[in-house]
Design a protein around this ligand. Structure first.
Ligand code: 5AD
Length: 358
């Protein structure tokens, strides 16, 4: 899959010709990661955020949302719920919240790892190196941090530095890999100012970073963010601007699969939001192999408003699970058993194997 081919597919609009892309992505998905759909229980542990990303509703300057932080008990109850539903992983996600203290989280990770068979994924922003080290030592298995766009100029516009420390998510991703985490990243599709060339570079970057996990979703304008207001100024001419629509997101999912056959790729909530009826399934038959059901207590969910009208705000974990199971079976797939680790080894485990001659 060379760059020209990526660009060709990104610009293709003919639905019949696109069938070939969907078919290829689905075939590669089946051969590389099989028919299991792995479920990751999402726990949105805090909506507090120190940053001011221009796209995100949780940005610090947004005074319109009420902020919350889950207690230890609430987090552990969510983890127990994940076990009860048969999930192999919990994902603890938050804004970049320094009130989620290093030691407290390390304690929680240790407790989940000793009480349950769950894999633990973290998605807590650009925390300092010592935090990433401490949490890995506590037993965290995976870390998610989207680089959002590989275009440095656009990234700088939409993602201001914090305290004059330059934000280098690519460097953090390489570091996470070194620490032995399974590493996940991804981008938003259709950011105002994102060109087709940029998105092709993003997909090439997924491959260069040898990501274990790739998450992509459409940029959805949040009215209380600057990016929603600036969109018309930033938007490129239509022949260059990537649309933030459903079909373009499927293309990005399918191309991510072709670029990184071994990766775990979720069919994201943002996709389920742009197509409530069957966005989730269409992602799964066009390259994705993971779903991240939300286990956050219902009363907090409306407060985790990254973008408006997020799907599944009011559905209980048990109801969602039953519906999801049957939808997975309806498309001829099975619910994944076990942790659903990446087929790509972490650096740490390949180093260990080299040492032992394995
Ligand atoms: N629309 C779509 N996705 C968004 N994210 C943040 N804000 C938005 C938005 N307005 C995504 C970013 C972030 C992830 C947690 O959510 O890619 O990394």
């Amino acid at each position: 899959m060379d760059r020209n081919e990526i660009l060709y597919w990104l610009r293709e609009t003919n639905e019949q010709r696109l069938e070939e892309l969907w078919r290829r992505a689905d075939n590669v998905r089946r051969r590389a990661v099989g028919d299991q759909v792995h479920l990751r229980g999402l726990i949105e542990i805090s909506n507090v955020c120190a940053r001011s990303c221009l796209y995100c509703g949780l940005r610090a300057p947004n005074a319109k949302i009420e902020r919350y932080r889950l207690t230890d008990r609430e987090i552990l109850d969510c983890a127990a719920h994940a076990v009860q539903l048969g999930y192999g992983t919990v994902v603890m996600q938050a804004g970049e919240d320094y009130g989620v203290e290093t030691d407290r989280l390390a304690r929680l990770i240790r407790q989940i790892k000793s009480d349950t068979p769950l894999a633990v994924t973290l998605s807590l922003g650009e925390r300092p190196d010592q935090d990433l080290v401490a949490w890995r030592q506590a037993g965290a298995d995976r870390y998610l941090l989207r680089f959002e766009t590989s275009n440095p100029k656009l990234y700088k516009i939409i993602h201001p530095d914090l305290n004059n420390r330059p934000s280098d998510r690519i460097a953090i991703l390489r570091r996470l890999d070194q620490l032995g985490y399974e590493v996940g990243s991804g981008v938003m599709v259709g950011i105002p100012g994102q060109s087709y060339d940029d998105l092709a570079d993003d997909i090439a970057m997924f491959r260069e970073l040898r990501l274990h996990m790739i998450g992509v979703g459409p940029w959805l304008p949040h009215p209380d963010t600057p990016l929603a207001q600036m969109a018309s100024q930033l938007r490129l001419p239509p022949d260059r601007q990537v649309p933030n629509d459903e079909i373009t997101t499927y293309k990005a999912v399918a191309l991510a699969r072709l670029a990184c056959p071994w990766a775990n790729i979720p069919s994201t909530t943002a996709l389920a939001t742009v197509n409530q009826a069957n966005g989730r399934e269409l992602g799964l038959v066009r390259g994705a192999n993971v779903v991240m059901p939300n286990l956050t207590p219902l009363r907090y969910r409306p407060l985790y408003e990254i973008y408006p009208a997020k799907a599944c705000l009011q559905e209980s974990p048990d109801d969602f699970h039953l519906r999801l199971r049957s939808r997975i079976h309806d498309i001829g797939r099975t619910v994944g058993a076990g942790r659903g680790d990446s087929k790509r080894q972490t650096n740490a485990s390949s180093a260990r194997q080299a040492e032992t001659g394995g």
